[in-house]
Design a protein around this ligand. Structure first.
Ligand code: FAD
Length: 421
């Protein structure tokens, strides 16, 4: 490598990629189009930043390794840590899941806070150039040569032979590099409606979550996540065609249709302090860079630039962090930029595949002919998870991206293998 690596995009994926490259001995430069001076706010480039985000164990492991001290800093910044599944009160598989400590934790904070805490932990020799918009990537002879930028109305070119594309769903890197990577899309048609409510006195300061996961054929779900000492973020979810709740009364009416009455009970006792905001996610997208016979050497996509997933599963940051951990290893061990590129693309795809497989088992696109788990298989799973602590731990480990979906077949051998791919 002849230059400082350029990380395009300073969202959570870009920050983690920069941390990974730094740990592998480089001094990366992050180029971010937005102004980052305001503390932990919703930026133009990250419209989802007002949404509370949950960090699965997969994300936790890599965040704390790539940015040592991340957990403690997040908790100091007001993030919440709950004991899975003793304090997470999950309704899934048609049952209230058993409440026991499985040795796993769930972290939660607004997306903007998650990013700010990570940015503050970056080592001093990672440079961040904000208000710097990337407008193109130079490629010749199959290798990246640099990027074009605009800053304060001026255009410039930065040389570089290693470029991480962490520009999220806005990324135009494929157009700029002429990439023909196949793009897989799946119609998730998901909407999310999030309101902030005041916690009743009895629940103040407690880290409890409630999750109602939509069990097929229902498409309605809910997530109540604590924030600060006295707030809950209440996210109700459904699919296109189902009316979106717009008022406090709508929120209660919607939650009364859920199989677990807890969310409606909580909402009745908790005044709305910020009205519902709606996020739509029509499709999940996976760019298969790993299938390119001759990928451009030195262009490494990561995070939402590879796969933009169904938010219902809370996997996006886990996948980005997992990919960044793989990037560190590949950057340390690869003998050439070509080898590094191929290793990274393979690993980034494997991380995305794990998340994608889970999405297909639990929320196959409406109208698709993908095979589904049968009712009796759900029931067998529910019984196992309820009665066997180890089965419960492995099952929840799969949701936290620690176990592959094949764990389902280990638990219930009758499940057809094609459901799990
Ligand atoms: C409603 C909703 C809920 C979600 N909930 C969860 C959750 O609970 N848990 C979870 O793990 N994930 C969740 N996600 C997914 C998560 O938000 C994303 O996976 C994650 O933020 C992706 O990070 P990223 O850095 O790859 O992309 P982004 O966060 O999109 O960052 C991309 C960055 O690149 C910058 N950029 C773009 N173009 C340019 C350019 N030309 N020049 C310079 N900079 C540029 C942008 O300004 C931005 O800062 C959710 C998503 C949504 C929509």
């Amino acid at each position: 490598m002849t230059s400082r690596p350029l990380v395009l995009g300073g969202g959570i994926g870009g920050i983690l990629a920069a941390a990974a490259l730094n740990r592998a001995g480089h001094r990366p430069v992050i180029l971010e189009q937005d102004d980052l001076s305001a503390a932990a706010t919703v930026r133009r480039g990250t419209p989802q930043a007002g949404q509370l985000h949950n960090l699965l164990t997969r994300a936790q492991v890599h965040l704390d390794t790539l940015l040592p001290g991340y957990r403690d800093a997040l908790l100091r910044a007001g993030g919440v840590e709950a004991v899975v599944s003793r304090q997470t009160h999950v309704h899934e598989l048609g049952i209230a899941m058993p409440e026991r400590d499985l040795g796993l934790r769930l972290w939660s904070a607004p997306r903007a806070v998650i990013e700010q805490v990570a940015r503050d932990l970056l080592p001093a020799d990672v440079e961040i150039r904000e208000r710097t918009r990337v407008t193109g990537i130079d490629v010749s002879d199959g290798e990246v040569r640099g990027v074009h930028i605009e800053r304060d109305g001026r255009s410039d070119r930065l040389p570089g032979d290693l470029v991480v594309d962490a520009m999220g769903t806005l990324s135009r890197a494929a157009d700029w590099t002429g990439s023909t990577a196949p793009v897989e899309t799946t119609g998730v048609r998901q909407w999310y409606c999030t309101a902030v409510v005041q916690r009743p006195q009895a629940w103040r300061g407690r880290p409890d979550f409630w999750l109602v996961f939509p069990d097929h054929p229902s498409t309605r779900g809910a997530l109540v996540s604590p924030w600060g000492p006295d707030r809950w973020y209440v996210s109700l979810s459904g699919v296109a065609g189902d009316p979106v709740p717009r008022t406090p009364a709508d929120l209660v009416a919607f939650s009364e249709t859920l199989p677990d009455p807890s969310v409606a009970d909580l909402l009745r006792a908790a005044p709305v302090v910020e009205p519902p905001r709606v996020f739509g996610k029509p499709t999940a997208v996976w760019r298969h860079h790993e299938l390119l016979p001759s990928p451009v050497t030195g262009v490494l996509p990561l995070g939402d630039a590879v796969g933009s997933l169904n938010p219902l599963f809370g996997q996006g940051i886990s996948v980005a962090a997992w990919q960044a951990a793989g990037l560190e290893e590949a950057a340390r061990d690869s003998g050439s930029l070509r080898q590094l590129t191929r290793r990274h693309l393979r690993h980034a795809a494997a991380a995305c595949a794990a998340a994608w497989a889970l999405m297909h088992v639990y929320a196959p696109p409406a109208g698709s002919d993908l095979p589904r788990l049968r009712e009796d298989e759900w029931q067998t799973l529910a019984g196992l998870v309820r009665d066997d602590v180890d089965a419960h731990r492995r099952y929840v480990g799969m949701w936290h991206l620690l176990e592959p979906t094949s764990v389902l077949r280990e638990l219930v051998p009758a499940i057809a293998p094609e459901i799990l791919t």
